[in-house]
Design a protein around this ligand. Sequence first.
Ligand SMILES: O=C(CO)COP(=O)(O)O
Length: 253
Amino acid sequence: MRTPVIAGNWKMHKTAAEALSFVDEVKRTTLPADVEAVLCAPYLALPALAEATQGTDIGIGAQNVHWEEQGAYTGEVSVPMLKAAGVQYVIIGHSERRAYFAETDETVNKKTRAALDGGLTPIVCVGETLAEREADKTKEVVQTQVKAACAGLSSAEMKRTIIAYEPVWAIGTGKASTAADAEEVCAFIRKTVADLYDQQVANEVRIQYGGSVKPENIRSFMAEPNIDGALVGGAALKADSFIQLVQAASAGE
Ligand SMILES: O=C(CO)COP(=O)(O)O
C-alpha cells in the first residue's frame, strides 16, 4: 500500500529560529509511523531543520530548486546544495511559482529530472485555475501538466515522484475542494500515469491533495482511495495543527 505523505509548505514564512521552535514542539510528540511527515521550509531554515530532525522520521523539503548543478544563475540553489544541507524532498512547480516566477511545464520537467538525478524526492504540483475549472478544462489542464512534468522519467523514477493536485482556487482561500471532486481529479491523474506507464506504476505513485486542508477536513480527503496525503500551507504553520494533520492521516486514526 502507498504510505501517505503529509507535507507542510511553509512558503515565505519562518526564520531558522522559528523553524527550530516548531520542530522542538513536534519532537515532543510521537508521530504515527505509517505516515511520512515532511516540512518544506525556506532555504535559510533548511540546514538547521535538517540537523534538528536527524534521527527522527520527519523529512525536510525545499520549495524550489534550479535544474543545473552549478553556474552563473544569480539567486538560485541547486540539487547538490540541497542534498549537502540534508534535504530529501523538493516542491516543484507550485502554482505560486508558475504564476509569479514564470515557471513553465518545461522548467518543471527540468527540475523534476534534476531532483530525481540528484536523489531528491520531487513533489510536483499541478492544478487548474478557477477560470479553467469554470470552462470545464480541469482534466485537460491537469493531464497536460502531469505529462509535461513527467516526460522522460523511467518507471522507477515515476514511482519515486509525488504528485500534488492543488486547484489554484482552493489555495489559501479557505475554500477547499470537496473530497469527492478532489478524488475525481486524483483518480484521473492516476489513470493518466497508468496510460503513460502501466497500472503497477500508477498504483505506486503517491498523489496528494492541496488547497485549504485543515485538521477539520483532512479526514474527508484521506478517506478517498486515490488521495495519499496532503500538501498544506496555512494549517502547517503551527506545530499543533501540523501534528493533528499527520495523526489524522494515520490508518490507526
Ligand atoms: O499551496 C498550498 C500548499 O502548497 C496550500 O495552501 P493552503 O493550505 O494555505 O491553502
